[in-house]
Design a protein around this ligand. Structure first.
Ligand SMILES: Cc1ncc(COP(=O)(O)O)c(C=O)c1O
Length: 406
């Protein structure tokens, strides 16, 4: 059956507007579309494909599990889920793991657990959840309400209550809103969708301190920053601030859907039998992949490699900027980088994305003013260099459209 981009408009719900090209094959950091045209992938499925496309070890893990056992439900446990949970516990602050299928679901579990924990220990009045403006936590109705982009939560009727927002990096604003009624403070330790916003020095430690003062749980959403993206297995390690609950997804499955919520044994007690669940959460296929991904990423060589690749990436972006004067700032950590557009190009991030695609490199945006890069964590240096050479071509096409056309 012949399918094209036009088929999308004929048969799909119109909540997305995908690009004109349809990738059909991937290998490492390269993709090929229906016409056989090759691209370098700096988008990584939105910070998901941490080992590039079709990494042989991950493909092998999936195939081996596919020949063994696909699904059981949570009526039974399974070996891959137990092994992955054991490895996550050994590698982090956490003692307990809940598996889900996506970031939004991992966060939904985190928020429900925080609320239930507060009810169990302090009573139903301790219900306030404080989150941050521009945050992104998923698209379930609870997580989109906690997210800090009101447009995503509006127009669906009454929202879950007792959710307040304050500006990111503003401890005084948090201090003014937090109280003994606060059950949890939820944040990304580096805001992704909101524009690649680094926490300012002292911010995360200050949030931790305010949570402790008011017996509120600290929830880190590491769906985008987790599994090596910042050069640490989880960004909280680099920040030196430990949360009470952490959500992980995206890169944990390297492209196979999985989510996980990590927490301490004491907090986990509030999820008793029947309080929460998921048919597919802890699925053997997903967990077999996750185990292999964790084994591959959680090594000093790979994590140091992320930092080194990030520096190379950043230096080349600075060089592009020295020539074209398009960015006001390059920010982020490891291989989660954002190039904020200078005022002259405000609102035009998508033009740069489209021009880069035209030149053969896939990038992302983070809002209208930031071009975002989230490539494979093991991308070869040669692919970084070639992908950014093509990106620079795209930048020139935006900044000097006449020269590019001639
Ligand atoms: C920080 C963060 N949390 C949650 C999510 C939602 O994850 P999912 O789309 O897998 O539900 C995302 C997705 O972009 C994210 O970046």
């Amino acid at each position: 059956m012949q399918v094209t981009r036009a088929t999308f408009d004929e048969v799909m719900v119109p909540n997305y507007n995908p690009a004109a090209v349809i990738p059909v094959r991937g290998e490492g950091s390269r993709l090929w579309d229906q016409d056989g045209r090759e691209y370098i992938d700096f988008a990584g499925g939105i910070a998901v494909n941490c080992l590039g496309h079709c990494h042989p070890a991950v493909v092998g893990a999936l195939k081996a599990q596919a020949d063994r056992l696909w699904h059981l439900s949570n009526v039974y446990t399974n070996e891959p889920a137990l092994r992955l949970a054991r490895k996550l516990v050994d590698a982090t602050f956490a003692d307990r793991v809940f598996f889900a299928n996506s970031g939004g679901e991992a966060n939904e579990a985190a928020l429900k657990l925080a609320r239930r924990w507060a009810v169990d220990h302090y009573g139903p009045e301790k219900d306030q959840i404080i989150a941050f403006e521009r945050a992104f936590h998923g698209r379930t109705f609870f997580t989109v309400t906690v997210g800090g982009q009101p447009a995503y939560a509006e127009g669906f009727g009454p929202r879950p209550g007792a959710v307040d927002h304050v500006p990111y990096n503003d401890l005084a604003a948090l201090e003014a809103v937090i109280s003994d009624r606060t059950c949890a403070v939820v944040l990304e330790p580096l805001q992704g969708e909101g524009g690649i916003i680094n926490p300012v020095p002292g911010f995360l430690a200050g949030v931790r301190e305010l949570c402790d003062r008011h017996n509120a749980l600290l929830v880190f959403d590491e769906v985008q920053t987790g599994v090596g993206r910042t050069g640490h297995l989880y960004a909280y390690e680099g920040a030196g601030v430990t949360p009470d609950i952490l959500s992980s997804a995206k890169a944990l499955g390297a492209g196979f859907p999985i989510g996980a919520m990590l927490t301490t044994a004491a907090i986990a007690e509030s999820f008793k039998v029947g309080t929460h669940g998921s048919t597919y959460g802890g699925n053997p296929l997903a967990c077999a992949v996750g185990e292999t991904v964790l084994d591959l990423i959680n090594t000093p060589e790979v994590l140091d490699g992320v930092k080194a690749r990030g520096e190379r990436f950043r230096a080349t972006l600075e060089a592009i900027n020295a020539e074209h004067h398009v960015f006001s700032e390059i920010r982020g950590q490891g291989l989660l980088l954002g190039a904020a557009l200078a005022p002259a190009y405000a609102g035009r991030a998508r033009d740069f994305l489209n021009a880069a695609l035209e030149a053969g490199t896939m990038v992302l945006v983070a809002g209208a003013d930031v071009v975002r890069f989230a490539p494979s964590l093991v991308i070869p240096e040669a692919d970084i260099d070639e992908g950014l050479r093509r990106f620079a071509e795209g930048v020139a096409a935006v900044t000097e459209p006449a020269a590019a056309a001639s």
